[in-house]
Design a protein around this ligand. Structure first.
Ligand SMILES: [Zn+2]
Ligand SMILES: [Zn+2]
Length: 144
């Protein structure tokens, strides 16, 4: 999966006159190991645990490019916190976000994707990226 992600990203960067630097590769490697939604700050701290220094600008730029390349998903919570998640192997999925505790619940259902694809086809819309957020209160928070 990671190999494929490197390939896709390399092609994207080439198309956009950008170089696939060693730092970008390291960022992609690290993201490929992430199974969960992550925030930029904690990710940056993780990247800087080793000897090499990664600047915030480099990390932000790379995340932005990965988003554009369709390799990441971005989730914005109601409080403005932004989470990222790798999308190296899977198709896009959707999220339920609890406004109270911030929990993010995944919805992975190909039927939803098929419905959106269908709409895009009908409307002759070239979809690049999908991000559906449903905000509300999770099961645990409803009990409180
Ligand atoms: Zn909750
Ligand atoms: Zn997700």
């Amino acid at each position: 999966m990671t190999k494929k992600a490197h390939k896709v990203f390399e092609a994207y960067l080439k198309d956009n006159d950008s170089r696939y630097t060693t730092q970008k590769r390291a960022i992609v490697e690290k993201i490929s190991k992430k199974k969960n939604h992550f925030e930029v700050d904690s990710f940056l701290a993780e990247m800087n645990k080793g000897n090499e220094r990664f600047s915030r600008a480099t990390v932000y730029r790379t995340l932005k490019q990965l988003l554009d390349a369709g390799l990441l998903q971005k989730i914005t919570a109601k409080d403005g916190r932004v989470y990222y998640e790798q999308n190296f192997g899977e198709s896009h999925h959707d999220h339920l976000i609890c406004n109270n505790c911030g929990k993010i619940i995944e919805i992975k259902d190909d039927k939803i994707g098929a419905i959106f694809n269908n709409y895009c086809d009908t409307l002759n819309f070239d979809m690049e990226y999908r991000s559906v957020h449903i905000y509300g209160t999770c099961k645990q928070c409803q009990k409180k």
